[in-house]
Each structure stands twice: as structure tokens, then as C-alpha cells.
Write a protein that binds this ligand. Structure first.
Ligand SMILES: Cc1ncc(COP(=O)(O)O)c(C=O)c1O
Length: 344
């Protein structure tokens, strides 16, 4: 049972599937920035769920899922400010932040994390900050579930002329306190990056959006239009249905919450302590004896589950491992049954 990848295992809502199948939007070229309906729907969602106002005409644009945006944004930002050549990213994080730096020909400089896995911006060398084209934040964080102070990060970055790119794809799965967005600090110098892959189980459709600083949005819209980045028309129609609806997200939150608890109990039964995350749908646990590969092998042999050793997310995560709560409940029944049937 593959619990190593954060791919959704539940269906998207029927209203979204129905929108995907509507005739019409497949015919003409879709707007690269997103249809007015998509941008309006995103802005409505951001207001309802995050409590922020963004102008759908000037502060929002679509992306083809967020991975392409994460991988590409440093390159485009560097074209705009060629005198800056560095990408700051969390030292324990989704690997595409560092990959985007490489693809841009930039230096990837890891920002140290504190014991609670939040970013320690005080530890960033001022000479690196002066060269930084952007700072990646990810709250709630993959793989650790940590929550960061995004408003403080925006202030830190503004004082240094660094653009904050805040990957908020897990925002609807914030378990500890209200949802956090960098947009709460206002839009200057920041972009929030959002995905429907996790929120609405639409990873296969490829759609997300970025929102924030109108000058940055105008610049990126233009570059991306010329480069041919377009979310397919039917997918844009589906995105409107998804961002307009919150009921399916409430159901999904309950599913992840319950699976995280079940997986926590499963790990406890084989002698591993894992605390529930503050956000996202991963358990992040210390490997007994500090060897995450040995733990991964043990979990594969005893329970038939595949987990991710921590170093996939950076050298600082060695000795930890991640378990994604992406197996349906009947599959977790199978794992639970295996606990008793295996020798200690
Ligand atoms: C932190 C983070 N950002 C971005 C993505 C990419 O999501 P998508 O491209 O499906 O929007 C993922 C996917 O797992 C992720 O974990």
C-alpha cells in the first residue's frame, strides 16, 4: 500500500465532474490567466475561507496545477531582476523548491528550520537575502505539518526586497487554529500559490491559481501567456465549481483527520510515536534508532505499507519519515488486521 506519495485517493465532488463534462469550454483557446469566472470564483473562495480580499481582475491568475509554477517561478522572477541569483527555501521541504532554483540557474540556499520545523529566518545570512529573488514558504508544510508566521515572513522579506512565494496548497487542512495566508499581510511583494489538487481531489485535472502583488501578477501573466501556459477550458469550468463549493472540503477534512488518527494508532502498535500534524495530511515521525530506511523496510515487511524516508525532503530530515494519509478506510482496515497477524 503506497503511502509515500501525497496523491488523493478520494473522488472529486460530482458537481466538479459535471462541470468538467460541460460542452463549450473545449472549443476555443482558454485564457492563460484564467477565465473571469475562474478568477472571480478564486477571489470569492479566498474571501470566504481565508478572510482576504483579492481583485480577480488584477491580482489573480491560473496555473496548471502548482508544481509547474513552483518549478518555473524563480526563472521568470530572475528574468525580471537579473542582479539577484538566489532562491531561499525551507531546508526540510517539497523538493521542487530547490529544483526550481536549479532550473533557473540560481543558487538554492536552504533556510534552517527550528525544532518545531518552522522557518528560522533570523538564521539567513544577510548576503544571501540580498541576492534572493524569492523566498519559498509552505504552510501547512509538507512533509512536517508545521505552521509558520506568514505575516512575519512577509515583513522580513519586504525589508530585504525579496518576493515571498507562499505555497498554501494544504491551507484547507489546517488543524491547529485558523487557516493562514500570506495575503493577510497585504499583497505588495507577495504571491500566495493555491491548488485544487488536494482541496478538491483534482490532482489529475491540473489546476491552481496564484494571487497577490498586482505588478507581479501582471508580469507573470504576460510571460506565461507568451510561453503557452493554459489550463484547459473544461478544467477551468471545473475549477469554478470546485472553488464555489465548501461542503466537499468539510467532508474531506473529516476523512483526513480520521485517517491520520488511525495511522497514528497503527504506528503506535509497532512501537513508533507520531504526533498529529498541525496541518496537511502527513504523519511525520522519528525513525526508531534514527534509521528511516530500516524503518521503511520494517513497515513494508510487517504492515505492507510504503513510506518516505525523510531525506527525500532534505538532508536535515535524515532519521525521520513521512506517511501520507491517502489510503481509503477499507485499506486501513487491511493494515490494522496485519498488526495482529505478524510476529513481534
Ligand atoms: C508542498 C506542495 N506544493 C505543491 C504541490 C504540487 O501540487 P499540484 O501541482 O498538484 O498543484 C505538492 C504536491 O504534492 C506539494 O506537496
Amino acid at each position: 500500500m503506497d503511502l509515500s506519495v501525497g496523491t488523493p485517493c478520494d473522488p472529486p465532488p460530482d458537481i466538479v465532474r459535471a462541470a468538467l463534462a460541460t460542452a463549450g469550454p473545449e472549443q476555443g483557446y482558454p485564457p492563460s490567466a484564467g477565465t473571469p469566472a475562474l478568477r472571480q470564483s478564486f477571489a470569492g473562495w479566498a474571501n470566504r475561507r481565508l478572510g482576504v480580499q483579492v481583485d480577480p481582475d488584477t491580482e489573480v491568475a491560473a496555473c496548471i496545477g502548482t508544481k509547474e509554477f513552483v518549478a518555473g517561478a524563480p526563472h521568470w522572477l530572475r528574468l525580471r531582476t537579473p542582479e539577484r541569483d538566489t532562491v531561499l527555501y525551507p531546508e526540510v521541504s517539497y523538493p521542487t523548491y530547490a529544483m526550481g532554483a536549479t532550473l533557473a540557474g540560481c543558487r538554492a540556499v536552504a533556510v534552517p528550520v527550528r525544532p518545531d520545523w518552522s522557518l528560522d529566518l533570523d538564521a539567513v545570512d544577510e548576503s544571501d537575502a540580498a541576492r534572493a529573488v524569492c523566498l519559498w514558504m509552505n504552510t501547512p508544510a509538507n512533509p512536517t505539518g508545521a505552521l509558520d508566521d506568514l505575516v512575519a515572513a512577509a515583513q522580513w522579506a519586504r525589508a530585504r526586497g525579496v518576493t515571498v512565494l507562499s505555497d498554501e496548497c494544504y491551507v484547507e487542512f489546517t488543524w491547529d487554529g485558523p487557516a493562514r495566508t500570506v495575503l493577510a499581510a497585504g499583497t505588495p511583494g507577495v504571491l500566495a500559490v493555491h491548488s485544487l489538487s488536494k482541496r478538491s481531489n483534482l490532482a489529475g485535472a491540473r489546476v491552481g491559481a496564484y494571487a497577490g502583488d498586482p505588478e507581479l501578477v501582471a508580469y507573470l501573466r504576460s510571460v506565461r501567456q507568451h510561453a503557452g501556459f493554459m489550463v484547459p477550458g473544461p478544467v477551468q469550468a471545473a475549477a469554478v465549481a470546485a472553488w464555489d463549493d465548501d461542503a466537499h472540503v468539510e467532508a474531506q477534512r473529516l476523512r483526513y483527520r480520521s485517517r491520520l488518527q488511525r495511522l497514528q494508532s497503527i504506528l503506535a502498535a509497532v512501537g513508533i510515536d507520531a504526533v498529529l500534524p498541525r496541518g496537511a495530511f502527513y504523519l511525520w515521525a522519528k525513525a526508531p534508532g534514527g534509521d528511516a530506511w530500516a524503518t521503511a523496510a520494517m513497515l513494508a515487511e510487517r504492515l505492507g505499507i510504503v513510506v518516505s524516508p525523510g531525506e527525500f525532503y532534505g538532508p536535515a530530515a535524515t532519521g525521520w519519515f513521512r506517511v501520507a494519509a491517502v489510503a481509503p478506510d477499507d485499506r486501513l482496515d487491511v493494515v490494522e488486521a496485519r498488526i495482529g497477524s505478524q510476529p513481534e
